[in-house]
Design a protein around this ligand. Structure first.
Ligand SMILES: [Zn+2]
Ligand SMILES: [Zn+2]
Length: 331
């Protein structure tokens, strides 16, 4: 099969991170099933992998962790042949560590990361752990569902980590694909949403999706926020979000990688039981709950599609935030 491969030992020209090459079709290990990939969303984490912001685990890897595919081998009772299933960043856990035993599989000590520690979905076939393939609720479009699997689920988990309650005032700092899905969930919970983002197109998108207030990176919401979620890989943005919180409020940082956390004034920004939390990975329950909600709310995120041969172009679109909608590779 032809797959897009990242070789961490090579030193390719800047921007030509992946090479599309002929490789053998994956062999199934016990407890795995084979997905015939229909679409694979392109996530900012994929960019962190190919730009080596995340230390390479494997010398060669097929990226991609927002996989939607059809079960064609290794079917199970819950996932019969022909089922449409999604696989996200968490591709497996050990099930025995302290975190797994305490309902925190997202923090597992021995996790498997799809498209990072094992091959992902920038390919026509992907071998995945059957217990980490989530059936897609009927009615979700398979291509539009791809960006729901990481951007959507992690955005949803961020709202949980921030402890958002119905009707609260919530700040979204950065407005890429994750935030543009989170705002729909927040509106379904009757929350007021305040968006701070650089980039005219992101501010327009936030306005068109019904944000109560939208400002650029130098402005501050006109009210104190109950919760804030930051999506930018920037420590400065985290401090900006903290400075907009009421006492007892929470900032959840939805970023797998931050440039640097600047020093900040404890007395003014964290005192008063304000909390700063990171959002790490996701649980399968987060994915199931979010996909069900996406079906109920009739989510159809805007996507821009790319053929597999243009996987590098898709990564560029994510890097430079060009184009409308989430980048998705369609196989
Ligand atoms: Zn574990
Ligand atoms: Zn992701």
């Amino acid at each position: 099969m032809r797959a897009a491969v990242f070789d961490s030992t090579a030193n390719p020209a800047s921007g030509a991170w992946l090479s599309v090459e002929e490789i053998p079709r994956p062999q199934l290990a016990p407890n795995q099933l084979l997905l015939k990939v229909i679409a694979c969303g392109v996530c900012r984490t994929d960019l962190h992998i190919v730009e080596r912001d995340l230390k390479p685990i494997q010398p060669r890897i097929i990226p991609g962790h927002q996989i939607v595919g059809e079960v064609v081998e290794g079917a199970t009772v819950g996932l019969p042949l022909g089922t449409l299933a999604g696989v996200s960043w968490i591709g497996g856990v050990d099930g025995v560590c302290w975190f797994c035993r305490h309902g925190m599989e997202n923090l597992c000590d021995q996790p498997v990361f799809t498209g990072y520690s094992v091959n992902g979905g920038y390919a026509p076939f992907a071998a995945v752990r059957a217990d980490f393939a989530i059936p897609l609720p009927a009615g979700l479009d398979p291509i539009a569902a791809a960006p729901l699997l990481c951007a959507g689920v992690i955005g949803f988990r961020s709202l949980r980590v921030a402890g958002v309650e119905r009707g609260e005032r919530v700040g979204l700092y950065g407005f890429g694909s994750s935030a543009s899905l989170a705002i729909r969930v927040l509106h379904s919970w009757d929350c007021e949403v305040y968006v701070v983002t650089r980039g005219e197109s992101h501010r327009k998108a936030a306005t068109s999706l019904g944000a109560r207030w939208v400002g650029d990176e130098n402005s501050k919401p006109p009210v104190a926020l109950d919760r804030a979620i930051t999506f930018a890989p920037s420590g400065k943005v985290v401090v900006d979000a903290l400075s907009a919180l009421r006492k007892g409020g929470v900032v959840a940082i939805n970023a797998i990688h931050l440039d640097q956390m600047p020093a900040f004034d404890y007395d003014r920004l964290l005192w008063g039981e304000r909390q700063l939390r990171s959002v790490a990975n996701m649980t399968r329950q987060d994915a199931r709950d979010f996909l069900a909600l996406a079906r109920d709310l009739n989510f159809r995120p805007a996507v821009q599609t790319f053929p597999l041969d243009q996987a590098n172009r898709a990564l560029h679109a994510v890097k430079h935030e060009t184009g409308e909608g989430s980048a998705v590779i369609v196989i």
